[in-house]
Design a protein. Structure first.
Length: 285
């Protein structure tokens, strides 16, 4: 018998494993299976805990797909030893993405080197290390996904703060080799966001759409200011429409760093996540 109910409203929903930080990868996979969430975006620490091959089998046996792997990057070391270590780690991450059967490897590019104040030089090192990595990524069928982070993280985590900067950095390379992520927490404020999402669509570079809210007041640890959709200031309808109109049809990851959410029961978090996604995100995606 053929169902007339149509596709599930959650067919594109993915749990980024950072959202349920206290869960092991096996627990996150089981949680997704229980909740009817068809995809997962694991972080490498959880993959390493399980072992790469076991992690791939866990996900595969549960019938889930891997929307992305988080993360490589941190490409701004100023010394030869640090640069070599960064390249080795990123090449390992590319091979882990292959093992997990995902094309998308997130890169958080890194901030200033210790004691450094030369932002221009640090950004040039990002471009140089990206050039070093692209051939290996292409050889292995993995796309490097540049993620702009909110400017408050520029000094220590990502000297790319806007989607436009990420697209400029990606421009020398084929769109299948280097893409960009649209993460609502990081880019919602950008007055050029609509135009840059349109540009990313024209260039076929949107590799991931991540959603969570921007909560106020900013947490004492600014990393933990992400919130469940609907709890902060972000207009998901508008941004989601821009991403949709730019042609993006891939998975939509929910990635939240928030101590209260981390401390909550994981199944309850996924239930709330599905409810908010269905009401605030999916109708515009």
């Amino acid at each position: 018998m053929t169902s007339n109910s149509g596709p599930s409203p959650f067919s594109r929903l993915s749990l980024n494993s950072a959202t349920t930080k206290k869960w092991t990868l096996a627990e996150a996979v089981d949680g997704c299976a229980r909740a009817g969430i068809p995809a997962i975006g694991p972080w490498r620490d959880r993959v390493h805990e399980a072992g790469v091959d076991k992690a791939a089998k866990l996900i595969r046996d549960a019938g889930l797909r891997v929307s992305s792997l988080c993360r490589g990057g941190f490409l701004t070391a100023a010394d030869a030893e640090g640069q070599a270590a960064a390249l080795a780690d990123n090449r390992a991450a590319i091979l882990e993405a292959v093992a997990l059967d995902t094309r998308e490897l997130f890169l958080v590019v890194g901030g200033l080197a210790p004691g450094e104040k030369d932002v221009v030089a640090a950004r040039q090192r990002v471009a140089d290390r990206l050039a070093d990595l692209v051939p290996f990524a292409v050889e292995n069928g993995v796309r490097l996904v540049l993620e702009p982070l909110h400017p408050m993280y520029a000094a220590d985590r990502a000297l790319i703060s806007t989607l436009g900067q990420a697209l400029d950095l990606a421009a020398p390379y084929d769109a299948k080799a280097v893409g960009v992520a649209v993460d609502t927490f990081h880019v919602w404020w950008d007055p050029e966001l609509k135009a840059q999402i349109e540009r990313a669509g024209r260039e076929n570079r949107i590799a991931s759409y991540q959603v969570c809210d921007f909560n106020l007041p900013i947490a004492a640890d600014a990393l933990l200011s992400r919130g469940m959709m609907g709890d902060g200031v972000i207009d998901f309808a508008t941004i989601g429409t821009w991403v949709r109109d730019a042609g993006y049809t891939g998975d939509i990851e929910v990635e939240i760093f928030n101590q209260e959410i981390w401390d909550a029961d994981g199944d309850s978090v996924l239930a709330t996540m599905k409810e908010r996604y269905a009401g605030l995100v999916q109708p515009y995606a």
